[in-house]
Design a protein around this ligand. Sequence first.
Ligand code: SAM
Length: 490
Amino acid sequence: MAGYGDRDNSPPRRGRDNDNENDELPQPFDAKKLAPAKKRQRSTSPGGDTPRLQKRPGRRSRITDASREQARRAAEERERALEQEAPAVDPRRNIINDVVRAHYNAVPERGRDWRKTDSRIKGLRSFNNWVKSCIIQKFSPDEDHTPGALARGTHSDKKLLVLDIGCGKGGDLGKWQQAPQQVELYVGLDPADVSIDQARERYRSMANRGGHGGRGGRGGYGRRPQRLFDARFHTKDCFGETIGNIDIIRDVGFTQGQIAEHRGFDVVSMMFCMHYAFETEQKARQMLKNVAGALRKGGRFIGCIPNSDVIGSKVEKFNKQLKEKIEKKAKAEAEDKAKSTENPAKEEDGAKLDQEDGEVEEEGEVEGEETAQWSNDIYRVRFPGKTPEDGIFRPPFGWKYNFFLHEAVEEVPEYVVPWEAFRALAEDYNLELQYHKSFRDVWETEKDDRELGPLSERMGVRERHGGALLVSPEEMEAASFYVAFCFYRV
Ligand SMILES: C[S@@+](CC[C@H](N)C(=O)[O-])C[C@H]1O[C@@H](n2cnc3c(N)ncnc32)[C@H](O)[C@@H]1O
C-alpha cells in the first residue's frame, strides 16, 4: 500500500538514542499529534523582525460568508452538470495524460552539477529556481510565524505541512528545507511514476547526508538548512481524480466541498504544472477541488503558470499579420483578375508558364492553414489549430499548444490558463487572489530585497555584489512566459 505508514515511503527512522532536538534527521510525521488550525494574526517578514507589508485576506476578505456559501453551491451544481455531460471515461483525456506522463518519465535526471555547469539553459534554470524560492520564502510562512524562533532555540513555532502537486523529480525539496518556517511534512504527488521514484531517491540521499541537502551543510540561502522534514511521495493524477483517497492526505485533513475547520495543509504548491489541468472545465474544477479540499482555512496556494497575457498578445499579433497577408493576397488576385479580363491572351500565357514551373495554386487552397507560433533559440510555442483573433480565449478551456524548451520539454501538449477565468473559478473554491506577477516583475521587485537579492547571487542568477545578470536575453524571454501567483483559502 502506498500510503501513510508505508515503510517504503517513509524517511529513514531515528534510533532511540538519537532522539534529541538538535538531530537533523527527519522526525516521522504523526497525524494524531496535529494541532487544530490556529487563528490568524498579523504576518511578519521572513528575514527580520519588521512586520510583513503583505496583507492577507482575513476579515478584510472580499469573499463574505454568504457569498462563499453561494459560490460553493454554484460550484457543486456545475460539477454535477459536467459529470452528466461528460462520458464516464474520456479516452482522449487519458491519451493526453499518457503523453505528458511518458514525456516527464523520459526526461533524464542529469544531476545538479550538469544543471549548474553544462546546461545551455543554466541561466534560465537558476532564474526559475530563484523565482520559485521567492514565492516559497514570501508566502509559505504562517501569518503568526516568528522569524528566527528556531534559530533562537525556542522551538515554539508551529511547523508547516506542505503538499507539492506535480512535484516531478523533487526539484523543490531543497527549497522547502530552506523555508523560513520549518516544514514538518512534505507530500509530493505526480502521475509520472519514474519521476516519483527519482524524487523519493533525492529525498533519501538528502536524509542520508544527515538532512543537509546537496550544498555541503550551508544552503544556497546562506544559512544552515533546517532539520529535514518527513516526506511522502505518491504517483497520482491530481486533475482527473480526487486526492482525498490518499491516506496521508486524509490523515492531514481533506474536505469534500463543504467548508470545515479542519487542520489541512498550510501550503499547496503547484510549480509549472497547473496548465495541464486546463484541458477541460471538469479537470480544472477537479484540480481546484483538490487544492481547496487539502488546504486549511488561511492556507496558501502558490505556483507558477504560463502567462496568458503574453500568449494572448502573441496570438493577436499573429492573427493580425495573417489577416493582413490574406487581404493583401486577395487584393493582388483581384487586381490580376481585373487585368486578365482586360487582356485574356496575356493571362493564358502566364498560366502556362506557372504550370510548367509546377507553381499553379490549387483552386480553393486555403491560406489560413498557418497557425500561431513563435520561438527563440531555446523555446517554441506552436498552436496546432485556429486561435481567437483578439487573443482572448473563450471558452477558457481546451486551448492546446505545443511547448518546446531546449533540454527540458519536448513538444508537450499544454493548455492556456486564461488568467481572469482562472481567478474567477478559484473564487468558486474559496481561493482569494493575493499575488500575481510576471517572472520579469518578480525580478524587478525582489532583486534588491535584502534576502532575495543576495540569494539570486548565490543561486547563479547574477554575479556577486549586484553584478551582471547571468541570464541571457533569450533565457529571459523564455522566463517571461511565466507568472507566479498566491491565493489564500478563505
Ligand atoms: C514542468 S514539470 C514541473 C515539476 C516540478 N513542479 C518543478 O517545478 O520542477 C510539470 C509536472 O507536472 C506534472 N503533471 C502533469 N499532469 C499532472 C496531473 N494530472 N497531476 C499532477 N501532476 C501533473 C508532470 O508529471 C510534471 O512532473
